[in-house]
Design a protein around this ligand. Structure first.
Ligand code: TYM
Length: 335
């Protein structure tokens, strides 16, 4: 039996990197895995004060869940819920904190990236990967569909699960990350040396899943390429990061191998190539936008789906946490 778990933060509007790096595999696994569990990770979204705005967090949580439904997450086949509704996540984090070393968190690349130059760095931000490990381990997830940037976090979850099992007995299943063949790391369209990210300030470089078609087209057509006089369309992340990024996006959106796309587009210049990428992305996102508008008209229904999802999630997370508590020797309360 294969069980899948993944999550996304409600810290900004979802973008093409989230969609191609993670969501496409969430959908594929919904078809093939035995059980799929997807989560809006609101507790992660409060770890950095810059991104956390209480007034918008509630709205964004519902919006992100709505977007997940709009891309095709089926709340009957998949369990869809909000992390903070299942309090086992926070409690399991504490247990895992006690098998995590300070050193292994300090060297996490995302912590370094997010904390550097910041005046206030919360303990929550430091502990972020342990909460993520709890998310995954509570559900005995075998596979975790994520973008390339999450690789270290999934490795840590695996290590913590293994260490816990070794010290206290077999409780947790050891997960592995699942990345898409292309676009596991979608880069910013204006700065192809940087990952497309919700926390980026330049909106021009980010295609949002719910952007109007005209905006998507404009952003892709003005993507930074390079000054190659021959305008070669080749995949070389070092020498041609902008073109390589567009090739990967096109490959992911059309399902065609990069080599085929090069054969078709090399020699036609950057303008025509970008138009082809823009058209393919617009067509892929159009039905999602339409479906989002329908679903957003009934937020109460989305909240009902999330309540049902939380109950289903708790039914798995509760017994796992109980086993972990017992394995660690915590006295069970008298019934
Ligand atoms: P988050 O919310 O930043 O991103 C959600 C998913 O989108 C992927 N992603 C990308 N993929 C390709 N190219 C990009 N430019 C790009 N930007 C983002 C991310 O890899 C991720 O899969 N810590 C996680 C959320 C999380 C989680 C979990 C994930 C919390 N608990 C348990 C899996 C399992 C995060 O910040 O993702």
């Amino acid at each position: 039996m294969t069980r899948v778990f993944s999550g996304m933060q409600p810290s900004g509007a979802p973008h093409l990197g989230n969609y191609l790096g993670a969501w496409v595999n969430w959908l594929a696994l919904q078809e093939t895995a035995d059980e799929t569990i997807y989560c809006v990770v609101d507790l992660h979204a409060i770890t950095s004060p810059v991104e956390h705005d209480p007034a918008s967090l509630r709205r964004r949580t519902v919006e992100l869940a709505t977007a997940m439904l709009a891309i095709g997450i089926d709340p009957v086949r998949s369990t869809l819920f909000v992390q903070s509704h299942v309090t086992e996540h926070a409690e399991c984090t504490w247990l895992l904190n006690c098998v995590t070393s300070f050193g292994e968190l300090r060297k996490q690349p995302q912590f370094k990236e997010k904390s550097e130059g910041r005046e206030f760095v919360s303990v929550g931000l430091f502990d972020y990967p342990v909460l993520q490990a709890a998310d995954i381990l509570l559900y005995h997830a075998d596979e975790v569909p994520v973008g390339e940037d999450q690789r270290h976090h999934i490795e840590l979850a695996r290590n913590l699960g293994q260490r816990f099992n070794h010290r206290y007995g077999e409780v947790f299943t050891l997960p592995k990350a699942v990345h898409p063949p292309a676009a596991a790391r979608v880069m910013d369209l204006q700065d192809p040396a940087r990952r497309m990210s919700k926390s980026s300030t330049a909106e021009k470089g980010i295609v949002y899943v719910l952007d109007e078609p005209k905006r998507v087209e404009k952003k892709i057509k003005s993507a930074v390429t390079d000054s190659d006089p021959d305008a070669r369309i080749l995949h070389d992340r070092d020498a041609k990061p902008g073109v390589s990024n567009l090739l990967e996006i096109l490959s992911a959106v059309t399902g065609r191998p990069v080599a085929d796309l090069i054969a078709e587009h090399d020699g036609n210049g950057y303008g025509g190539f970008k138009t082809a990428v823009a058209e393919a992305v617009v067509e892929r996102l159009r039905p999602i936008r339409d479906r989002y508008d329908e679903l957003a008209a009934d937020p109460a229904e989305v909240e009902r789906i999330l309540a049902d999802g939380a109950a289903r999630a708790r039914a798995i997370a509760g017994p796992t946490l109980e086993r972990a508590r017992e394995a660690m020797g915590l006295l069970a309360p008298r019934a």
